[in-house]
Each structure stands twice: as C-alpha cells, then as structure tokens.
Design a protein around this ligand. Structure first.
Ligand SMILES: [Zn+2]
Length: 325
C-alpha cells in the first residue's frame, strides 16, 4: 500500500490534458510556488504519458527549490471516467491505451509519491471550492464552458461521483428539437452552448445577410471566436449581442434545471467565455427567472475566479485532503 508522506509540507497539483500536462507545487494555503508545463504525448501510450507526468512533477519540485521529502502527495485531474481509488482509467478519450490501465503503479514507480486522481472538471470544481469562489459553500455546482460543457458537483465538502462518474450536466437535454451533440443525442446543453455552437450561431446570422462588425474582424467567417463575439457585443453590435443573449438563455435554462435538481447554495460558471458580462448576466437573469422560488432564494451564481489555475489547484486540494474526485 502506497502511503502519503505526512512529514511533507507541500503538495503537487497536476492538470493532465490531451496536449499538455501541468504540475504545480502548492502550499497549504493554495499558493502556487512553481509550475511546469510540458507535452503529455497522450497518443503515445500510458508509459510515455506517465513519464511526462513524472517529469513535470520532478521539474516543478526543482523549480520551487524543494527536496522530494518535502512533498506530501500528488493530486491529478484528467479527462474521462476512472475508478479513482484504485487508479484505474475506465474511459479516457484521446489517451491511447489508457482504458482499463493501472495509472498509480507506474506513477509511484517513477516519482515515489502517492497519487489521487479524478475527472478533470470535478477536480477543477474541487479547486474552486477549496481555494476559489466556492470557499465554504454547502452544495456547489460548477459548469465549465469551452469546447465542451463540463460540470462538477461538491456536496458538503466532498466531490460527488455516482457509481464511478461525475455529473455530465452538459449532456442534459434542454431542447428536444435542438442540434445534434457530439455525444450523438440532440439538444444537449453542449450542443447549444459550446464554443462551436456560439460561433455557428453568429455565423448563421451573418450568412443570412445580417450586417455585423464581426465580418470586418476576420478574413473568413470561420475565424470568428467567442472572444471576438463578446468584444463586438460590448461595442453594441446587434448580431453579437443577440448571439450572446441566446446562448445565455440556453445556459440559463440549464442552470435553472440544476437549481431545481440539486438545491445548490452556489452555481459557478467557469471557462474562458464565462468572463463575458453579457453572457453571464443573461445566464443569471434567466436562471433566476425560471427556477423554483424557494430554491433560488438560497442560491448564488458567480463567475469562477481561479480560471485556468482551477485544474492544478484542484489536484492540490485532492492531495491535501487525501480524497478522490
Ligand atoms: Zn450531448
């Protein structure tokens, strides 16, 4: 049985993605002492990716000027579904050869540290709960808006997972006649509010003949980004404002369903585009308009404050608390 190093003072938080792995040395207050980001080589198989994780961990310790015996343990968020306590990956999209693989044994052999693993969004949610906007919240749900729509749930201090998976609120259906989602179903939150859905909505308006300053911001319409749409919306461009408002309404319906389902004290909206005020304000307004009165009374909706650091800080929070996500 692999043990934590209780004599240590610091933990390592790791954010493992299909392209890069980031490791950070974190103190007990959630301050990042050092950070190392290198390629994860997800397509090259378990052994090589574990080598990269170990390298990022060891480099981050060296960068912080610490010794290995000052580290308590490592916590890691990674996409997919896992048996976290046993360290077995069950479903890891984009990671070659991971399904069914034991991850903790090679990581222990390469680093000497105990590892705690969890789904990336659930881990980021735990980071936002421990060190971010969710501090001391009783029941917290977080959505991350991006290429997909991720979600995590913290119940009374513990990251929730069902039999083995965290909630996939991005694949709840909010429009039965809606567009096809990457998961194969129709009208999921993700099909309506993902990065591509935002861009497509703006493009469709422009292609139908509507005038927009977005046209002047790019060479071809496919170069439009959600950030540009937000910028144009700030400058009162009607197509951009409509796009953000329509996306915000869909997302607001999703949040209202979440309020009615979980009676949370806090819903956090994260991901790059969550910084858009018009989007965030429409989400909040819609969610409070259509959720049940006695439930919404106890719920706040806030933007994430950790941003891209939520992943490594979530990993650190797992290692610190000795829990899984
Ligand atoms: Zn879906």
């Amino acid at each position: 049985m692999i043990k934590r190093n209780e004599k240590g003072k610091y933990v390592i938080g790791i954010d493992l993605g299909g392209t890069t792995v980031t490791a950070a040395v974190v103190d007990q207050q959630g301050n990042i002492l050092s950070q190392e980001e290198i390629p994860s080589y997800a397509e090259k198989g378990v052994d090589i990716t574990c080598d990269q994780i170990a390298l990022a961990v060891l480099n981050s310790i060296e960068k912080a000027g610490l010794n290995r015996d000052e580290i308590i343990a490592c916590g890691m968020g990674t996409p997919g579904i896992h048996k976290a306590e046993e360290g077995i990956a069950l479903w890891s999209p984009n990671f070659n050869g991971w399904d069914g693989a034991d991850i903790y044994t090679p990581l222990y052999q390469k680093t000497g540290f105990k590892f705690y693993m969890g789904n990336d969004v659930n881990v980021a949610t735990f980071g936002e709960y421990t060190y971010g906007v969710g501090k001391d919240s009783e029941i917290m749900v977080m959505y991350t808006l991006g290429t997909g729509i991720g979600s995590g749930l913290i119940i009374k201090g513990k990251a929730y997972s069902g039999v083995f998976a965290s909630p996939e609120l991005g694949h709840t259906i909010i429009d039965v006649n809606g567009p096809r989602c990457g998961c194969g179903r129709y009208g999921c939150v993700e099909a309506l509010c993902s990065r591509d859905a935002i861009i497509n909505r703006a493009m469709t308006k422009i292609i139908s003949g509507r005038k927009s300053k977005l046209t002047d911001m790019v060479k071809t319409l496919t170069d439009i980004t959600p950030k540009m749409i937000d910028q144009a919306a700030k400058e009162k461009d009607i197509v951009a404002c409509e796009t953000m408002t329509e996306i915000g309404r869909f997302m607001g319906i999703a949040v209202a369903n979440t309020i009615n389902t979980f009676n949370p004290s806090l819903v956090v909206i994260g991901g790059g585009i969550a910084s858009s005020d018009i989007l965030f304000n429409t989400i909040t307004q819609t969610a409070f308009e259509i959720s049940i009165d006695c439930l919404k009374k106890y719920c706040e909706i806030k933007k994430s404050i950790l941003g891209s650091k939520a992943g490594v800080l979530g990993g650190a929070a797992l290692a610190q608390s000795g829990t899984y996500a």
